[in-house]
Design a protein around this ligand. Sequence first.
Ligand SMILES: *[C@@H]1O[C@H](CO)[C@@H](O)[C@H](O)[C@H]1NC(C)=O
Length: 387
Amino acid sequence: MVYFASKFIVVALAGFAAAAPLRLTRRAFQEQDYADFQISDGTAGNAQAEANAVFVDPFDGVDLATVDDATLKAVQTMREAAESAETDQFNPQIDAAFGDEATALQNGKIKNKVLKLTGEIQALNIQLAQAQASGDDTSSIQSKISEEQTKLNNNISLDQKASGQPSKGVTGGSAASSSDSSAAASASDSASAAASTTSAASATKTKAANTKSAKASKATSSAAVATPSAPVDAATGTDGSSISFPVQDYAAFQISDGTAGSAQEHANAVFVDPFAGVDLATVDDSIVENINTMREAAESAETDQFNPAIDAASGADADALQNGKIANKVLKLTGEVQALNIKIAKAQAAGSDTSDLESSLADEQKKLTTNIATDQKHAGEAQKGVA
Ligand SMILES: *[C@@H]1O[C@H](CO)[C@@H](O)[C@H](O)[C@H]1NC(C)=O
């Protein structure tokens, strides 16, 4: 009711303001600095609505074909600012973090992807409406929209999977003041837009270089390396010969069904074996993120599913679930240890201090060793998963 009423008001105002229609269109969408429109602080799970509030809702009741160039450019500039935040801030901060902090930043990064992709699709929808209005061919815009919509849907569901977990952005506290100037400068200044585009481009170059050296080191140790048959992930380059480590759904990589006693081997098959023969220092940041995303899924399975299922079960069923939970702990900790090993290798290669990472590694390795021993003590017993 309210929704329709406000649409009528927009239409009515547009009628009254016929002498200056562009003003009204411009007011519908105000360009903002990244720090003012980012959605990553707070809690995961609601990114879609929060991103729509920034990029879509202001255009409610507006014929997109009538949106002026300055407004379209404002949408694109804000989308670029979100992209720069990802490459220049989220990625390095996630690399440097671990535990709860890394999880919260990873959740914030996914929310930021939802934001960025929502902005991108809105800009494309405006271009589509304009092309349609002027009778131009729209096939390439439409295929781009459907490509980006798929990514958006996937990232929305990742956000929803993490629903209720803490989420952390990159503009809070002192980090904001040291962040790149595109956030501070007015985004309508084309110089600042150009600057953020440049830094995004250089980040991409670094990634490409990393992927290449990973590929090179892989080639030198040919026998140990499995041929990647998984779909090529955006993070891993497009030629299929670089390391492929796409995010899998928990149900596809969990190891808790079957029989206890082989958790170590099964967990290594997920998180360690794909890196056989690879110099970990050359692994791309995005692959560490993929490991973290999967490790978090295993952690959520433990707290959200194993624990309540074990509470509700009894007898043999409870025992099997308990064995499945131990296997899942081995899985989770193996992912965590692998992510830490990559971080340490990269930090060493960069000449950074690794003492924090190494003490984390020692803690997690100890837990892993204990859980492997527990799994082996129950070798041959039934175990049960939750996926
Ligand atoms: C999330 O969005 C990014 C683009 O920012 C895309 O590369 C990635 O594949 C999406 N995630 C999933 C799980 O599809």
